[in-house]
Write a protein that binds this ligand. Structure first.
Ligand SMILES: *[C@@H]1O[C@H](CO)[C@@H](O)[C@H](O)[C@H]1NC(C)=O
Ligand SMILES: *[C@@H]1O[C@H](CO)[C@@H](O)[C@H](O)[C@H]1NC(C)=O
Ligand SMILES: *[C@@H]1O[C@H](CO)[C@@H](O)[C@H](O)[C@H]1NC(C)=O
Ligand SMILES: *[C@@H]1O[C@H](CO)[C@@H](O)[C@H](O)[C@H]1NC(C)=O
Ligand SMILES: *[C@@H]1O[C@H](CO)[C@@H](O)[C@H](O)[C@H]1NC(C)=O
Ligand SMILES: *[C@@H]1O[C@H](CO)[C@@H](O)[C@H](O)[C@H]1NC(C)=O
Ligand SMILES: *[C@@H]1O[C@H](CO)[C@@H](O)[C@H](O)[C@H]1NC(C)=O
Ligand SMILES: [Zn+2]
Ligand SMILES: [Zn+2]
Length: 461
């Protein structure tokens, strides 16, 4: 009797232990985020995207947009590294930095169609949540507030992914849609190009394509239904650092941030492109609590910008990222950031994409939720550990590409720290002033950067 009840107790204890480990085990899934392919279909002929006279290399050049070989190498690497993702996010800018004179609606659509087909071939039977980039429109950046042939043709290309008839209607109306993933998260794909400072079609229009009114109603319904939302779009809100840029027309900054803020508690992650730089931000709810993490994925294109003044931007190593999340809660858990060392890729050894950093491991955080990013940013602001973390963050902005003598100085670090948390120039500038101390030097360099950015905006991104 005694030994029987003893073993019964042991068995019960073992069962309980098993249940605790199984019941608390996270049901994790993964998705890819890929952005800014900027496919230069003239790479092997006229090299129209290149900002310097170079001869073609097997996988591309820091001065140029992507040759086809780089794009299929990136997709091949994604399949090899992790084929069985739950879905993919693709945030646009598929067309190269080529003047409108040398593009047309039909060239842009051909480029988009070929890359769409390549993604379908590499990831058959996976849903890609795709959104437009400013370069995908023709003429470049000029998204109008009404239906057009580019929306219609793209809807045809992407209807295997968007499927739902009502959402295809939304897409044809304004380039936005919403769908639910197989694990119950709500994806909201936005067309933030409508707010871009280079778009001359939308200023003065209260709510271009009724997108914000629609967004508010979608988020309100998610809140009521207890859904968790993943936002994805090309152009990110907030302030681009270490430069000091807001990509949205003034009149759209508060309306966009306002809707997101009102529903920040239902948003589990936001994913953007456009910057070409790797970066993250913390989005706060209306009570000022860190609520949603915001990520900008680095580009596939290595392209360096060049301003009319001759000023040039940094090189980028082609990049793709794998995100881990909790399928039950939508909580974002980790990023594995892959990059291709372009110099090594073009060498006889022909290097492949490799892991540049593992977010949770590198930064020693439990996950990549807003609360964890908030703790990380506090550490980044503190002493020599903070200095080192910001140096790493700076190195990662370009996919680890060699930036020569350029390092992240005190102003650069202050801008990073303030850009993680502030979404208006007034708050951002006050924050930077607090770190750097000298108002005079900041406003002088701030002015310089503003002039630079005006030029950059002319060039598009
Ligand atoms: C690009 O456009 C210019 C006109 O702006 C034209 O002279 C040139 O031939 C075009 N180049 C190509 C390769 O189509
Ligand atoms: C797209 O693919 C087709 C078929 O392979 C090819 O003929 C065409 O040149 C490609 N277009 C571009 C812009 O690369
Ligand atoms: C495609 O996906 C569906 C649903 O996710 C699944 O049932 C089916 O087995 C998949 N087919 C292939 C060939 O992977
Ligand atoms: C786009 O498609 C819709 C629905 O099929 C149609 O009503 C509309 O006229 C089309 N727009 C253009 C510019 O062709
Ligand atoms: C790159 O990947 C390819 C395909 O898997 C492989 O054959 C090749 O050996 C790899 N190259 C290096 C340098 O690892
Ligand atoms: C990245 O870090 C996580 C958490 O430490 C770990 O589970 C995962 O295996 C790491 N991935 C790689 C590729 O090292
Ligand atoms: C700053 O770092 C020091 C040691 O490096 C640590 O003792 C202190 O708690 C940190 N402060 C904050 C606010 O994290
Ligand atoms: Zn771009
Ligand atoms: Zn862009």
């Amino acid at each position: 009797m005694e030994s029987k009840s003893g073993s019964f107790l042991i068995v019960t204890a073992v069962c309980l232990l098993l249940c605790v480990s199984v019941c608390t085990a996270q049901n994790t899934g993964k998705f890819w985020h890929v952005t800014d392919f900027h496919y230069d279909h003239t790479y092997w002929s006229s090299m129209l995207s290149c900002n310097k006279e170079v001869s073609p290399s097997p996988y591309g050049d820091y001065w140029c947009d992507s040759p086809w070989e780089l794009i299929t190498k990136a997709m091949g690497a994604m399949v090899r590294y992790h084929e069985d993702v739950d879905f993919l996010i693709w945030t646009g800018d598929t067309v190269a930095h080529i003047k409108d004179d040398n593009l047309s609606i039909s060239i842009n659509m051909d480029v988009m169609s070929n890359i769409t087909e390549a993604l379908k071939t590499h990831f058959p039977n996976k849903t890609v949540y795709a959104t437009f980039g400013n370069h995908d429109y023709y003429p470049s950046d000029q998204f109008p507030d009404f239906n057009n042939i580019i929306y219609n043709r793209t809807a045809e290309m992407w209807e295997d992914w968007i499927k739902d008839a009502d959402q295809l209607d939304n897409f044809r109306k304004g380039g936005y849609y919403t769908l639910k993933t197989q694990h119950g998260q709500r994806i909201v794909g936005l067309n933030t190009n409508l707010y871009y400072t280079s778009d001359k079609e939308t200023p003065g229009i209260k709510d271009p394509s009724d997108q914000l009114q629609w967004l508010r109603s979608v988020l309100q319904k998610s809140k009521t239904d207890g859904e968790k939302v993943i936002i994805t779009a090309h152009i990110p809100p907030g302030i681009h650092t270490p430069t000091r840029a807001i990509w949205f027309h003034d009149e759209f900054i508060d309306p966009v941030n306002g809707v997101l803020k009102d529903f920040a508690d239902v948003i589990v992650g936001m994913h953007f492109g456009h910057d070409h730089h790797d970066g993250f931000k913390i989005f706060y709810n209306s009570q000022g609590k860190a609520a949603a993490p915001l990520f900008v994925a680095p580009s596939v294109t290595p392209w360096r910008y060049k301003l009319p003044s001759g000023e040039t931007g940094p090189p980028h190593n082609p990049s793709v990222r794998l995100v881990t999340y909790d399928r039950d809660t939508g909580k974002h858990l980790n990023i594995e950031q892959l990059m291709l060392d372009l110099v090594a890729a073009n060498s006889p050894d022909s290097a492949n994409f490799t892991l540049l950093y593992n977010f949770t491991q590198h930064y020693n955080v439990p996950d990549i939720s807003a609360a964890s990013l908030e703790m990380l940013v506090t550490r980044m602001a503190n002493g020599s550990e903070g200095d080192k973390l910001l140096d790493d963050y700076f190195r990662f902005t370009t996919g680890g590409a060699n930036q020569g003598d350029i390092t992240c100085d005190r102003t650069c670090k202050s801008r990073f720290l303030c850009g993680f948390r502030h979404y208006t120039f007034a708050e951002f500038d006050a924050c930077v002033e607090g770190y750097v101390g000298s108002a005079v030097s900041i406003s002088a360099s701030g002015l310089l950067i503003t002039v630079l950015l005006a030029l950059l905006t002319l060039m598009g991104n």
